[in-house]
Structures are given as structure tokens and as C-alpha cells.
Write a protein that binds this ligand. Structure first.
Ligand SMILES: *Cc1c(COP(=O)(O)O)cnc(C)c1O
Length: 501
């Protein structure tokens, strides 16, 4: 028999008690395709948008293929063949982790059941599972008995919601001054190495364009607490209410963890909300060897965690935690059709009361099955391993005269650049830009790039315990090869120009 049954028409595609064979068959076929790819693929094919664009444009979306196998054949050509594969040990670029199988199982289950976590009457057990995981995370952070939180779509949304709650608290504290007078004066203080979602959130929250004050960082890219104290004092003097200080526990580029105890003390002294963005560093919550690096996080008013960064979870999986669950009321709106106030009075657990989203995925199930199958220690071991690897990669680079390495990361990034010698030095920026692109185009490995003091640098973000030091050494050789070739061509061209006068 073929699936779906052609005689049954459109209804054959509905997932229900009569189509279970088709469900199993279809999903198994999808799993087989992915498995076949994973068995053979590199990290990236090197395809360009110009090459792939026309392939996707020419597909007629009004002429369905009907057969899932045919659709998968087509998908092979437009997606699977050229996707970027994070499980590959030579994918070293961004904060994308390889994922654990219990989480993939969770993903398959949650998509099929399709609970929506906004209200109890659309979710039931899912609501309680999410709440348990929020409590579990808050306890690992040490936020105390009144803590609460909610799963979000990612660190950007978590940061946004944290600042939304903090803004409302700051506006309430400024009463009876009217909102419209206070709003343009509100400030957020973050480190220069903090995440751009802080700036974006400030914009979405209606703050003034200069609302975010960035504090300079030390050699290892950690916020300078003395400068923070100075800025807090300046804001106080100038009558600019600081709605929050954002400390970062694991900066995206450098994996640096701001000095949380000192920052917490400064916030407490100034009576200012402390938000800790641990989107990246949250993996330490599961580490038995390095949990102490997060000391001080327990003093935060709110914390962002991205399980999809360092808990080996598929996108999306993130949460916002708050010390005082009552502040989540700023995200509450009672709609007659969904969560009328009388439901809250009857203590019906409607998560929409705490979220900026309405219909919301049961992402928590992935973490749940991960903890139930592997346990947190196993997750922490995986993360510890990549942190160890980054330290070894740093040593490798520090001893290699071809490269300059910026700083020893507390987590798992390594920021470095190829440094040409002699007159080629002038082409350093160009050479690193070129090497990164050439490497990706070759399909051998994928690395990231960033800027340090105006110069182009390269970045490894190591999140895969399967990446060996040999992989790293090999990729460094490839980078040096591409970069040196580029510098040679550039200097030769310059010589020619000079000779031609
Ligand atoms: C990745 C990251 C974010 C944003 O998280 P998303 O899940 O990508 O939205 C915020 N802060 C830091 C420090 C990050 O590394």
C-alpha cells in the first residue's frame, strides 16, 4: 500500500487514529534521509545563495508532489545536500551545538502531540513539566523560593522579556511621575562585549536611542566593575533611572563571564535590577567541575538561559528565570476567550500569563527527556569537555607563530587571526576575511569571524565534544594555507604595480 492512501483524498494527510501507518512510514522515511546524510556529509557544501536560489525559485508550490518520498527527493536537492551540519566535528563557527538523541525524541513527540503551552486547557501535563523544569533551573541558579520563569524562543526573547519586566518595575518605582516623562530617561547598563539583543530590546521597549550605556571591559573581555560603579553614580547624579544592569555570563565572542559578585554588589548598593545573560554560560549549571564560574548568578533578579546553546538541545529551547515570580504579572493580560481573570483566581496554571507569546511550543519536553534519559551530570560532562578543548586550542594557538590569539576563554570560544609577517602584514584583515570564506567554500570546515579593535579576527566556537585537537590543528593549517596564498597574491600584485610605476 502507498502512503498516504490516494483514494482518501486530502484527509489522508491528517494525523489521526486512521493514518498511523502513514505517520510511521513518513517519519521513518525522513529519519532515513537524515541518517544517510549524516553518515556521509561534511560540515557544509560551500554552496552560495546565487547557486541555490534558482533551484528553490523554480519549484512550483501550486503543483504538489503528493508522495512524501518524491518530496524528500526534492528536499535532498534544495536543502539536505547543502545544509550546514552542526554535528560535524569541523563545524567550529557559531553557538550551535550538536544535539542529543533524547532531545530529538522529545522533538518528535512534542510536534506530533502539538500541545500549546499557553493555557492548561491546551496542554495539561505539558504545563506542569515546563513548570518543573523552570523550578529545576531556578534551583540550580539559586534564585530562592519565590523564583519563577517561562520557556522562550531564545536568548533574544528572554533578554527582551527581562528588560520589559525591569522597565515596568522602574516605571512603577518612578511613580507618580508619568510614564512618558520617565521612559526617555531610563537607562540600561551592559558590557561592551554584551549581546546585541540588549540594544534591540531597548529599541522595542521604546527607550531612547542612547538608552544603553556600554561599560568597557578588561583584557579578558569582562565588564570592569569600577567603571560600572562610576556609570551607576553618574546616572544617579543626572537623574537617569537605571532600569537594569545586564551582566553576561559567557559573552558570544570571548566566552568571558563578567565578575558577577562585584556587579551584584554594585546593583544591590544602587537598588538596580540585575539581569544575567547566561545564554551561553548556562551549561555550567550542569557542570560538576566549573559551576563555581557562575558564582554570584544567584543574586540576579532575572537570568537568561539558552538550553539550545550549551545543553545540547535543538533550537528552540530557552528560558527566562526571575527571582520574584510576581514580576511576571507585567506580561499578563486576561483575554475573555483564553485566560479570563477568574481562571487565575481558581489557580489554573496558564503559562500565557507569564509569556510574551501566546501559542507556544512544548520545547521543555526536549530538556525533560534529556534529563530523564541522560541526567544533568552527563550534559555537564559534555560541556566541560568542550571547555577543556578550547583551553587546549588556546595553547596550540599561543605557541604557533603564524597566529595571534586574543584571550583565554572561560568557556569554549577561541578568537584568533592569521598574522602575516613582513610587508604582507598590511593585508592581515583581508587575509583573514579571505581565509574564512575560502575555507567555507572548500567545504572542509566552517569557522566564524568577528572584529577586535577594528580588525578582522577568526573565531572557533567549540561545542562538539567530538572535535579533537587534531581537527583543530588541521583546520589551522588550512586557514594558514588560504591566508598565506592570499597574502602572496596581494604582495605580488603590489610589486607589479610598483614596478610599473
Ligand atoms: C546567543 C546569545 C543570545 C541570543 O540568543 P538567541 O537564542 O540566539 O536568541 C543572547 N545573549 C548571548 C550572550 C548569546 O550568546
Amino acid at each position: 500500500m502507498t502512503f498516504p492512501d490516494p483514494a482518501a483524498g486530502a484527509r489522508a494527510h491528517l494525523f489521526n487514529d486512521r493514518t498511523l501507518e502513514s505517520y510511521r512510514h513518513s517519519l521513518a522515511a525522513g529519519i532515513d534521509r537524515v541518517s544517510a546524510r549524516i553518515a556521509t556529509t561534511g560540515p557544509f557544501s560551500g554552496i552560495t545563495p546565487d547557486e541555490l536560489g534558482p533551484e528553490i525559485s523554480r519549484i512550483d508550490l501550486d503543483r504538489p508532489l503528493a508522495d512524501p518520498a518524491a518530496a524528500l527527493d526534492e528536499l535532498e536537492e534544495v536543502y539536505l545536500r547543502d545544509a550546514v551540519y552542526f554535528h560535524h566535528p569541523r563545524y567550529l563557527a557559531h553557538l550551535n551545538c550538536p544535539v542529543v538523541i533524547p532531545a530529538l525524541l522529545g522533538e518528535a513527540v512534542l510536534t506530533a502531540v502539538n500541545s500549546s503551552l499557553d493555557t492548561w486547557d491546551q496542554s495539561a501535563g505539558g504545563t506542569l513539566i515546563e513548570r518543573r523544569l523552570i523550578d529545576w533551573t531556578a534551583e540550580r541558579i539559586g534564585l530562592g523560593p519565590d523564583a519563577d520563569g517561562v520557556f522562550t524562543s531564545g536568548g533574544s526573547q528572554s533578554n527582551f522579556q527581562a528588560l520589559l519586566l525591569a522597565r515596568e518595575e522602574a516605571l512603577a518605582a518612578a511613580a507618580p511621575l508619568p510614564r512618558h516623562e520617565v521612559l526617555p530617561r531610563l537607562r540600561v547598563i551592559a558590557s561592551r562585549a554584551g549581546h546585541f539583543s540588549v540594544q534591540k530590546s531597548a529599541k522595542m521597549l521604546g527607550l531612547s536611542p542612547d538608552a544603553v550605556i556600554t561599560v568597557e571591559t578588561d583584557q579578558s573581555r569582562r565588564m570592569k566593575p569600577a567603571v560600572l560603579a562610576r556609570e551607576l553614580e553618574r546616572c544617579r547624579r543626572e537623574g537617569l533611572p537605571v532600569l537594569a544592569v545586564v551582566a553576561t555570563a559567557g559573552t558570544t565572542d570571548f566566552g568571558s563571564i563578567d565578575p558577577l559578585p562585584e556587579i551584584a554588589a554594585a546593583c544591590a548598593a544602587a537598588g538596580v535590577w540585575l539581569h544575567v545573560d547566561a545564554a551561553y554560560g548556562c551549561g555550567l549549571l550542569a557542570s560538576r567541575r566549573r559551576r563555581h564560574l557562575l558564582d554570584g548568578i544567584e543574586r540576579a533578579d532575572s537570568v537568561t538561559v539558552d538550553y539550545h546553546k550549551s545543553f545540547f538541545q535543538p533550537v528552540s529551547s530557552s528560558a527566562l528565570l526571575v527571582r520574584d515570580g510576581a514580576v511576571l504579572r507585567h506580561a499578563t493580560y486576561h483575554a475573555d476567550y483564553l485566560n479570563p481573570a477568574r481562571m487565575a483566581e481558581r489557580r489554573i496554571p496558564n503559562q500565557v500569563d507569564k509569556s510574551v507569546q501566546t501559542t507556544r511550543r512544548f520545547d521543555a519536553l526536549k530538556l525533560w527527556l534529556t534529563l530523564r534519559v541522560m541526567g544533568a551530570d552527563a550534559v555537564g560532562e559534555l560541556f566541560d569537555e568542550v571547555v577543556d578543548r578550547a583551553a587546549a586550542a588556546y595553547e596550540l594557538l599561543a605557541e604557533d607563530p603564524r597566529f595571534e590569539v586574543v584571550t583565554r576563554s572561560q568557556l569554549s570560544t577561541v578568537v584568533f587571526r592569521y598574522l602575516p609577517t613582513g610587508p604582507g602584514r598590511a593585508f592581515a584583515d583581508d587575509a583573514n576575511l579571505y581565509a574564512r570564506e575560502a575555507l567555507a567554500a572548500s567545504g572542509a570546515a566552517v569557522v566564524a569571524g568577528t572584529k577586535v579593535d577594528g580588525h578582522h579576527f577568526l573565531k572557533f566556537t567549540l561545542l562538539n565534544p567530538e572535535t579533537t585537537l587534531d581537527d583543530i590543528a588541521h583546520v589551522l593549517d588550512l586557514i594558514a594555507g588560504h591566508a598565506a596564498g592570499h597574502v602572496d597574491r596581494k604582495t605580488a600584485a603590489q610589486e607589479l604595480c610598483r614596478a610599473a610605476g
